[in-house]
Design a protein around this ligand. Structure first.
Ligand SMILES: [Zn+2]
Length: 78
């Protein structure tokens, strides 16, 4: 479902806070979240903090997600 960010949505988020929804589970600690209202993307970093999504974290999450996938495959094979 595409989200159309509008100024009003940003304003609502600013006042009420974002309505975060998990959009992608990277591994057992890290999730990517997306605000249902304004589409703002956040992610957990390796320290467990919630940070705004950027290229840096996108690349880290991609690598972590690949690692997690490989780990799952290994566990299945064992
Ligand atoms: Zn929001």
């Amino acid at each position: 479902m595409p989200i159309k960010p509008t100024f009003l949505n940003f304003l609502t988020c600013f006042i009420k806070g974002h309505q975060m929804e998990i959009s992608h589970v990277v591994n057992d600690r890290i999730n990517e979240m997306c605000c249902k209202k304004c589409g703002k993307e956040m992610t957990n970093n390796i320290y467990g903090d919630t940070v705004p999504m950027n290229d840096y974290y996108l690349r880290i999450n991609e690598s972590l997600s690949q690692l997690a996938r490989r780990k799952r495959l290994r566990q299945k094979a064992a």
